[in-house]
Design a protein. Structure first.
Length: 148
């Protein structure tokens, strides 16, 4: 029998760990939270701090309404090319250039995630990742998973 120090932190185990609550991490977490295939899987979303600021925007081109369409803050249907001899307006045919504000995206995603009993959000800066063992250590806890 070995003794552990008083500072030992128990490792929490999950089936999946998503590192980062940015655009990609939140998109994945929302999709997993809403997919019945993952309903019995334990999922952790790790980020260093809560997302409470409008700290960025995401823009994308789409030719039809997308998954995050309700969050589109502004869209453009024309493109302007400017150069030394003047400018020209170009139609983008079926495409629109869409802008999503970070704060709207965060709030939308965390609202969905908060309703998923199998998804947990944990905050802390990641200090190490061991892909071979599936272990992630943060200043907010120790985690392990079959998939990171």
């Amino acid at each position: 029998m070995s003794l552990t120090s008083a500072t030992h932190i128990a490792t929490q185990h999950f089936d999946y760990i998503i590192l980062g609550a940015g655009c990609a991490g939140l998109s994945l977490a929302v999709r997993l939270a809403q997919d019945p295939h993952f309903a019995n899987k334990k999922i952790a979303l790790l980020d260093k701090a809560p997302k409470s600021l409008n700290d960025r925007t995401w823009c994308l081109w789409e030719n039809k309404p997308g998954y995050f369409e309700p969050l589109v803050h502004h869209r453009w249907n024309n493109l302007y090319v400017r150069h030394a001899l003047g400018s020209k307006q170009l139609g983008m045919q079926d495409y629109a250039y869409k802008l999503i504000r970070g704060i709207d995206f965060y709030q939308h995603c965390f609202q969905i995630i908060s309703k998923a009993p199998n998804v947990q959000v944990h905050y802390g800066a990641v200090s190490s990742i061991d892909a071979a063992t599936g272990e992630v250590i943060t200043d907010g806890g120790h985690f392990s998973a079959g998939h990171i």
